[in-house]
Every structure is written in C-alpha cells, then in structure tokens.
Design a protein around this ligand. Structure first.
Ligand code: ARG
Ligand code: MN
Ligand code: MN
Ligand code: MN
Length: 314
C-alpha cells in the first residue's frame, strides 16, 4: 500500500479546544513507523496551516463559517494532491467538519466514490436544523445532492458543490441522532446500521451488507470517514462528544480489516481525537492507539499475524 498522510489541525467546527492536536497525538503514537513496519510506503505531507480569521461572526446560528469554509478548501486541495500523487489518502483531524473538504477533494478525483461513515452521530444537520450551530454536526448536509436546496449561501462556502447521492452513503455505529437528522436519514432513504443493527446482526453481517450495498456490480472507490467517537468511550475516551454504548475495540477494528479486504479503500478520515478531553494522560494514549490501529487495519494489518512472501525459517 502507498499511503499519503495529511494532518489537519483544525477545531473551529466545534467549541472544544484540543481537537487541533489530534494529528500530532496520532503521529506520536507511532503511526508512520508502524505503517512502514507492515510494509506500506508512507509519504507524510505534514500539517496544513490554518489561518485564524478574526471577524468570523455566526451566520444565523452557524458558528465560524468563514474559518470552516476556508480550512475545508485547503483540505480539499491537499486531498486532491495526495490522490493525484497516487496514494491512498489519510486525513488526520481535527474535527469532523473537515470531512466536507476531504470528501469534496476526493470526489474531484474519484467522482464515483462511496462513503462509509462510522460515527456515533449522523453529522447530517443542515445549518437550519442544527441544534448547536457547530459545523462538525453538519458536514454531510453540504455534500449530498438531495439536500442542496436546503443549504443557505454562507461565507467561504461558495466553492462547495454537492458531490454524493444519498444512495452512495452507509452509516455504521449511530446512537445519538437528532430528530431532524433522523427525519433526513429516513426521508432520503439513507442506509444506516445503528448500534441496534450492530447488536442484532453482529459486525460481520453489518460489513457484509455494507459492501453488498455499496458495490453491487461495478466496484467503486470507498471513502471511509471514521469519527473516533464511534468507538465506545471506554476504548476512546479522549473525544469531544463521547456517547456511551459504542463499538468495541474489536468491532471498530473489524470494520477496517473488512474494508481493506475489498481493495477499494481510497481515502480515510480519522477525526475528533481530542487529548484535552482526557481525564488522565492514559486516556490520551488509549485513544491515540485506537486511532493508529484503525489506520493500520485499513492498510493490511490482520490480527492473525502475517509474514513477508519470501520469509524462510533460519
Ligand atoms: N448532533 C449534534 C450536533 O449537530 C452533535 C454532533 C457531533 N458531531 C461530531 N462530529 N462529533 O451538533
Ligand atoms: Mn461523532
Ligand atoms: Mn462525526
Ligand atoms: Mn489491503
């Protein structure tokens, strides 16, 4: 596997400080080295530099629109560069508003892509339905053709054109969905595997059905957007909006192993790791290690172990 890593130290899609430290915390947990040890060619493009915009007044109730719009343009351009260089792209957030730029940039290079969104939350509020005004709870709404007419014009958002259809999305891990979001999901007929389906089907059937749904006849590239809060807070506590009752470590890893097997993973987001939300230093390490293990699973790590093709017993 050839991996291109982009760090996106950005927090303005939500109010809690610290999520901008995610990329460095995940790198410090040994991401690059561990990928190389398992045989990946890694190019780390480093961290993007985001300007702080001084007079970023709310647009209606939507907070920090200018900063979010501009940062996402930078992410979209960076993802396009990584894809054009021929790598599978790994975008380390930062908050989940960054999926706007990541998916937009990916879709510019791979217009037929499918999205697998692993999250406790649906992040599909529009600026008008959002209960919080935080854009990290809204990224999907800007990307879906069917919601286009519901999105107001916002400063620094004019470059964003919807690039995916409702039928091209699968959610896994949902357990904290706002009523307005639930209406949108049902109204658009979006495929969802909430934690209830993870419980009833088991994660193996969930993944089988996910891949049946997104790749019927023709194989399409997959964009995996993985919010660390999809994992249970006992496994990944250092995050801004933890929700009890999440994926176990094993279920979380199984998703990545399964998607890797398809050979279709084309871009991956790992978002919402926030070291400042940890109660103890240990919790930062658990969370960062989980994030690293999810990425390793995307690039061929299997729990049964593995060996080089040419290995011989000495
Ligand atoms: N649904 C809530 C909102 O719209 C919470 C979103 C949490 N999103 C996240 N990326 N952690 O504000
Ligand atoms: Mn979430
Ligand atoms: Mn999210
Ligand atoms: Mn693989």
């Amino acid at each position: 596997h050839s991996v291109g890593i982009i760090g996106a130290p950005f927090s303005r899609g939500q109010p809690r400080d610290g999520v901008q430290l995610g990329p460095d915390v995940i790198r410090q947990a040994g991401l690059v080295k561990k990928l190389e040890v398992q045989g990946c060619a890694v190019k780390d493009y480093g961290n993007l530099k985001f300007e702080d915009l001084p007079d970023d007044e709310p647009f209606g109730s939507t907070k920090r629109p200018r900063a979010v719009g501009l940062a996402n343009k930078q992410v979209a351009d960076a993802v396009q560069r990584v894809k054009n260089d021929g790598h599978t792209c790994v975008m380390l957030g930062g908050d989940h508003s960054l999926a706007i730029g990541s998916i937009h940039g990916h879709a510019a290079c791979r217009p037929e892509l499918k999205v697998v969104w692993v999250d406790a939350h649906a992040d599909i509020n529009t600026p008008l339905t959002s209960p919080t005004g935080n854009i990290h709870g809204q990224p999907m709404s800007y990307l879906i053709h069917e919601l286009c007419a519901k999105i107001p014009r916002m400063p620094n958002f004019s470059w964003i054109k919807p690039c995916i259809a409702a039928k091209d999305i699968v959610y896994i891990g949902l357990r904290d969905v706002d009523p307005e979001e639930h209406y949108i999901l049902k109204h658009l007929g979006i495929k969802t595997f909430s934690m209830t389906e993870v419980d009833s089907l088991g994660i193996a059937k969930v993944m089988e059905q996910t891949c049946d749904y997104i790749s019927s006849k023709i194989k399409k590239p997959i964009h995996l957007s993985y919010d660390i809060d999809a994992l249970d807070p006992s496994v990944a506590p250092a995050t801004g909006t933890p929700v009890i009752g999440g994926l176990t470590y094993r279920e979380g890893i199984y998703i990545t192993e399964y998607l890797c097997q398809t050979g279709l993973l084309s871009a991956i987001d790992i978002v919402e790791v926030n070291p400042n939300q940890a109660k103890r230093e240990e919790e930062v390490h658990w969370t960062a290690n989980a994030a690293v293990d999810l990425v390793l699973g995307c690039f061929g790590r299997v729990r049964e172990g593995s060996h080089a093709d040419d290995y011989k017993i000495p």
